[in-house]
Design a binder for this molecule. Structure first.
Ligand code: AMP
Length: 875
């Protein structure tokens, strides 16, 4: 019976009166179940030996607890010695008497633990050595640290370690919708308690911790990062439509920049900048504007500038081209935080359109090309050229220095001349000399031997002089006097100066090589067709000088001609200064006919001697390849040159070019030479802007080919109708072509009749159509063109009349002011100031250029007024 008199079963023994008791009670096999330390809780009652009457020393008050590890679950016999003693167990309490009726029963509970790690299970045994004992219950158990969640990591139910002091390290796993912040770890102590939690997990984006569970953010809320504490309400102008949002989506028309924090409101790109104003200063423009009216809820507005070169008056972006990369933007072109930019290094006299775009952090997100902008169109003014950056000495003697230099980086127009200032280094600038030249080189003579001179050069355009270059020092040498002709140098310098003034007041006009040749009218020379010679070599040697190939130094390829490459190089003929030349060569494998045709151009050219006709220096026929050597024309062919410098010249300069061509053509017509292929592409331009007629190849081709009029070889657009139809090529048909060249020049290299096909051009001309005046073309010039395009060739002007007409226009630039453009009003396009047309006397003019020593020579020859100077012929 237990305390409550409920009958219970017990194992009992009470052999207290007999000595040497050894009674065993053994359990069944107990499966260890992974436990390493098991606990044995024994409940028992024990009689106090003293309470037993007549009991001697045989009575005991303890029993022994044993265990035996085994894999065998049904061991029938286990030797006593196989058991290992766990402990001798004594009772805490003992009852001393048994009262039937009112019995006091004391139940003892003792717990012992034992390490069981070697086998699958074990047996327990109780040894009685003479006590009076009743074993009420034996409970065997092991301890675990129970499954738990700590810091959002789950730790599984974990069996404690084998030793009382051992800790089992357990790695936790993150709960659903969470991610590891730091490896979650805990230790399971021997008594089943979790110890020392380390690390843990965080709810994933879109989820928040609700009592150890990660719950999705609800609609209208979001959580962007796992480290954020919880879900937040969507920022302004955004929403989330589903649970578990990690970001909120912007309302339509609002945007989020990648760099914006998720908590930031959605924003909009700015509206256009406002009140863009421009101030042009020569070739720079200051642009200023006000910030956009709407900044879109952001404070990171920036601006970028687009720079376009547009045709005058064009608002069509298709007719604009991006500016070159030389243009400078200060402080910058993009990413601007200020509302002011200085744009410099622009081209002079050019129409620019500047577009200011406003951006902010969401401009890109809101779609490409969606930036709001404001634009302004400006026209730059004229500007002086940039400084000459480098001067080099190409030849040094005892008394002279030959210098050359490069064109300034930014000529800002056509360079009219260079000015070289120099002085002896010792003298500083107390006394200096100035020389002026058209070309990029000068020979400075009359210097002292072995003396250091300092040179500065500057360039001049219609806008005036640029800055002088920095100083360049060169010393004359001590060598003995060389036989260079000082006279020639002086003459050259004089011609240089004369050219300078001529250009200032008149167009670049042909110049006599020496002033002493000013007078006299030459007898009429007639051109001889080289094909009338039976032996073409005879013709060539009659009209062209044979050059020794060793005196030619080829430098680079500059173009492609009909027969092969065209190169530039230098020619040094003994006793003469080295000059730059163009070299045309006949490619290998040519036929006899090709040789003949190739050399015929030289035979023709060699007969001419005029400043507006390309000059033949000579030919190489004695070795291969055959070469034709001509003067070098730095600016190449006129059509390409004009296209490159579109809009950069004054009307006077354009007329100056036309005058040169007319003068060359007059010379050819005087010699009864019909060019047949007069076109801007066949005019070459040198560094002084002098235009020269070239390409004397076509006449032959057309004569050889009776079908030429109907083949693509005929330059339909440039050719007079009677020449197309009847092959009636005359000076009058050259005049027609000259009219087309005028149109090409004034339109800066536009293709005549644009992209009309040849048949349509022929038809249109036949029906009386004529090319209209190019943009800004003075009315008088277009009238002159129309005159050249008279159907009746006898009604066309002669080259002599054309030349006179152009000279008149140059002398009265006011006549060039009226242009056809601008409805109802007159537009002034001439920028030549009146001061360029001084009412000077020949004497004043000569004085101003330091050539008054020629006064008498000119007067004696009848040149008493400036007008009369214009009638100077080459001879
Ligand atoms: P052509 O065969 O004469 O038409 O020459 C072909 C190209 O070479 C021309 O369009 C020019 O660009 C170049 N060229 C020809 N002659 C000269 C020259 N004397 N000076 C400079 N460039 C030239």
């Amino acid at each position: 019976m237990d305390e409550k008199n409920i009958p219970i079963r017990t194992y009992q023994v009470c052999n207290v009166l007999e000595p040497n008791q050894n009674n065993w009670l053994r359990t069944d096999w107990i499966h260890r179940s992974g436990a390493q330390r098991v606990y044995v809780e024994v409940k028992f009652t024990l009689r106090d030996c003293n309470s037993l009457p007549g009991v001697t020393g045989t009575c005991k008050e303890t029993f022994n607890l044993y265990y035996h590890e085994s894999n065998e679950d049904r061991e029938s016999y286990i030797k006593e010695s196989s058991f290992i003693k766990v402990d001798t167990v004594a009772a805490d309490e003992s009852f001393t008497q048994v009262d039937v009726g009112d019995r006091i029963m004391k139940l003892n509970t003792e717990v012992r633990d034992v390490k069981v790690t070697t086998r699958k299970g074990f047996y327990l045994a109780f040894q009685d050595v003479g006590a009076c004992i009743a074993l009420v219950s034996v409970r065997v158990f092991y301890k675990t640290c129970p499954l738990t969640i700590r810091n959002l990591a789950t730790f599984p139910d974990t069996v404690t370690g084998a030793d009382t002091s051992s800790l089992v390290e357990v790695r936790g796993s993150c709960v659903n919708q969470s991610e590891e912040k730091e490896e979650p770890k805990m230790y399971c102590g021997a008594d089943g308690e979790w110890l020392v939690p380390i690390g843990g997990c965080l709810c994933s984006p879109g989820y928040e911790d609700k009592g150890g569970v990660c719950k999705a953010c609800s609609v209208g809320f979001y959580k962007a990062k796992s480290s954020d504490t919880g879900c937040s309400k969507c920022p302004p102008h955004s929403h989330s439509l589903r649970d578990g949002a990690t970001v909120c989506d912007c309302h339509s028309g609002y945007f989020h920049a990648d760099s914006d924090p998720p908590s930031m409101a959605c924003t909009q790109p700015p509206s256009a900048p406002q009140q863009l104003i421009s101030v042009v200063n020569e070739t720079s423009v200051v642009l200023e504007w006000a910030p956009p009216r709407r900044l879109g809820g952001r404070s990171d507005t920036s601006y970028s500038l687009e720079c376009l070169i547009c045709q005058a008056g064009s608002h069509n972006r298709g007719l604009c081209l991006p500016c070159s990369s030389d243009v400078l933007f200060s402080p910058s072109q993009t990413g601007l935080k200020t509302t002011r930019v200085v744009v410099s290094e622009l081209r002079a006299h050019t129409h620019y359109t500047f577009i200011v775009h406003a951006h902010n952090g969401v401009s890109r997100a809101s779609g490409a090309g969606a930036t709001q902008s404001v634009s302004v169109t400006v026209t730059t003014n004229q500007a002086a050229p940039s400084p000459v950056s480098f001067i080099q000495a190409t030849d040094v003697t005892r008394h002279s220095l030959s210098l050359s230099w490069q064109q300034p980086d930014r000529p800002n127009g056509v360079i009219l001349e260079y000015e070289v200032k120099f002085y002896e280094k010792d003298q500083k600038e107390r006394s200096y000399r100035i020389m002026r030249t058209f070309s990029r080189s000068v020979d400075v003579t009359g210097l002292n031997p072995l003396t250091v001179y300092v040179f500065h050069a500057r360039a001049r355009t219609a806008a005036g002089y640029g800055e002088f270059s920095g100083p360049f020092e060169f010393s004359t040498n001590s060598g003995s006097l060389t036989i260079t002709s000082t006279n020639i140098y002086i003459t050259h310098a004089a011609v240089t100066q004369l050219m300078f003034v001529t250009l200032l007041c008149f167009p670049p006009s042909p110049l006599p090589p020496l002033l002493s040749h000013l007078s006299s009218t030459a007898g009429v020379k007639i051109y001889v067709d080289p094909f009338t010679y039976e032996d073409p070599d005879q013709a060539i040697h009659e009209f062209a000088k044979e050059i020794d190939v060793s005196s030619i130094h080829i430098e680079r390829v500059i173009g492609m001609g009909e027969f092969g490459e065209v190169c530039s190089g230098r020619l040094r003929v003994q006793g003469k200064r080295e000059i730059y030349v163009a070299i045309k060569s006949l490619k290998a494998g040519y036929s006899d006919k090709q040789r003949r045709d190739f050399l015929s151009e030289a035979s023709i050219m060699g007969q001419f001697d005029h400043p507006n006709i390309i000059r033949l220096e000579g030919v190489v026929t004695r070795c291969k390849p055959l070469m034709i050597v001509t003067e070098y024309m730095e600016n190449g062919s006129l059509d390409a040159f004009l296209r490159k410098h579109d809009g950069q010249f004054t009307v006077i300069q354009l007329v100056g070019m036309l005058r040169g061509i007319a003068s060359g053509m007059k010379y050819l017509s005087d010699m009864s030479y019909v060019h047949r292929d007069l076109a801007a592409r066949n005019i070459l331009v040198n560094s002084n802007l002098v235009c020269k007629v070239s390409d004397f190849g076509l006449s032959r081709v057309l004569e050889d080919d009776p079908e030429a009029a109907y083949t693509t070889r005929i330059p339909i657009r440039w050719t007079a109708p009677e020449a197309i139809t009847y092959r009636k090529f005359t000076t009058a048909s050259d005049v027609w072509s000259y009219g087309i060249v005028m149109w090409e020049v004034v339109s800066y290299g536009e293709r005549p009749y644009w992209d009309m096909n040849n048949q349509d051009v022929i038809k249109a001309i036949e029906e009386g159509y004529r090319l209209p005046a190019p943009m800004d073309c003075p009315v008088v010039l277009h009238q002159l063109m129309l005159d050249c395009w008279e159907r009746e060739r006898a009604e066309r002007p002669t080259f002599s009349q054309i030349l006179n007409m152009l000279d008149k226009l140059i002398r009265n630039p006011g006549t060039l002011r009226r242009t056809g453009s601008g409805v109802g009003s007159e537009v002034c396009v001439s920028v030549i100031p009146e001061v360029c047309m001084p009412e000077w006397s020949v004497c004043q003019w000569l004085q101003s250029i330091g050539l008054e020593r020629y006064r008498d020579t000119l007067a004696a020859a009848g040149y008493t007024s400036l007008d009369s100077l214009l009638t100077l012929t080459h001879q």
